[in-house]
Design a protein around this ligand. Sequence first.
Ligand SMILES: [Mg+2]
Length: 181
Amino acid sequence: MKKRYKTIFLDRDGTLNFDPGYISNVKNFKFYNFTFDALKLFNSAGSNFCIITNQSGIARGIIKPNELDQINDFIKNSFKKNKLNLLDIYYCPDHPDNPSKFRKPNTGMFEMAIKDHGFEIKSSLMIGDNFCDIIAGNRLGIDTMLVLTGKGKEVNNSKKIKPTFVAKNILVGAKSVLGIK
Ligand SMILES: [Mg+2]
């Protein structure tokens, strides 16, 4: 299988980094050791990236906005160091009990990204480890990849969703999409 995507929407926790729950300090933010290898493969196939993340820890009062800003700066610097084109990071602070159109699986953050950066949704892929990531991708009519890191195994076992791709992790997924052995 060989597919190329112009824009890759990335979930954050459980997809790019370990998900201990409500990360409020940059010291507790750790990328998986395969994340940048995966993103470099996608990048060499011409993909840009956009992170789309639900961060209800803000509405819950567990994460302060300035703490999340520090984490976002760390992520942006890490992408820069790896020469990867990160268009933006969008986060939704909403509590799941009172979600706006921006909280995944709603598509508000994606629509904002498309408006801000003027790309075509058609040639996009959404990668995530949870129901909301795949459902959002389905609503947008784009390809989706469920990674079996984070909550992915549990989500996959439920058989409630039908992602375009299911992969052990984002690196295995990247190789499979790009036809690399
Ligand atoms: Mg996640």
